[in-house]
Design a binder for this molecule. Sequence first.
Ligand SMILES: N[C@@H](CCC(=O)N[C@@H](CS)C(=O)NCC(=O)O)C(=O)O
Length: 229
Amino acid sequence: MIDLYTAPTPNGWKASIALEELGLPYTVHPINLMAGEQKQPEYLKLNPNGRIPTIVDRDADDFAVFESGAILIYLAEKTGRLMPGDPKGRSLVIQWLMFQMAGIGPMMGQANVFYRYFPEKIQPAIDRYQNECRRLFTVLDGRLADHQWLAGDYSIADIANWSWVRTHKWSGVSVDGLDHLQRWLGEMAARPACERGVGVPVRLPDLTEGGDTEAAKAFAKGAQTILQR
Ligand SMILES: N[C@@H](CCC(=O)N[C@@H](CS)C(=O)NCC(=O)O)C(=O)O
């Protein structure tokens, strides 16, 4: 049994999708980011970075894992699935996982900050992050032009990248003209485990639709609160 501490955000979905794909039993502990639960001393013992997601493996002496990429690798290695064991195959998956962890995630995160959350609209900063996201999307599109999945068979690299790229409208970045990326986005969305995973701990349609609904505004307001801490 795995305990999953999470919130409805791209980094959280990576862990819930992987757990769903692997069919591992898990208990969800929703963390209220707006209320600052991620900074409470008890939680910091599990995740010194004070962010979500975190897992605790009750079948492995309550071993705690933080950082979403490390969680994906842990779950893949624990089960022997979603990442091959041979050095080259494993490296390919890790390369595309790192591409997400160091590129897609931070750049989309900053695009969200400047495009959605920051009270002042600093156009050069918005442009910088949105252009970099679009460039990274083009890299994914090129890879997917002649590969069904990012790194060999379907893997944790697909899970990590999809969790973020599916929210491209929230970041204000278009995928128009990136036909291979769009094909892959559709194939990922059609996977039952992905569909279930993005509903954990609650479903937030506004992040994918990028709309100006009341729920979207409330989410952006909450994110502003977190930024000001
Ligand atoms: N590199 C970390 C990033 C985690 C992260 O930034 N989580 C966000 C939600 S997507 C969070 O917990 N934010 C709350 C805060 O900043 O206080 C990972 O991949 O796990």
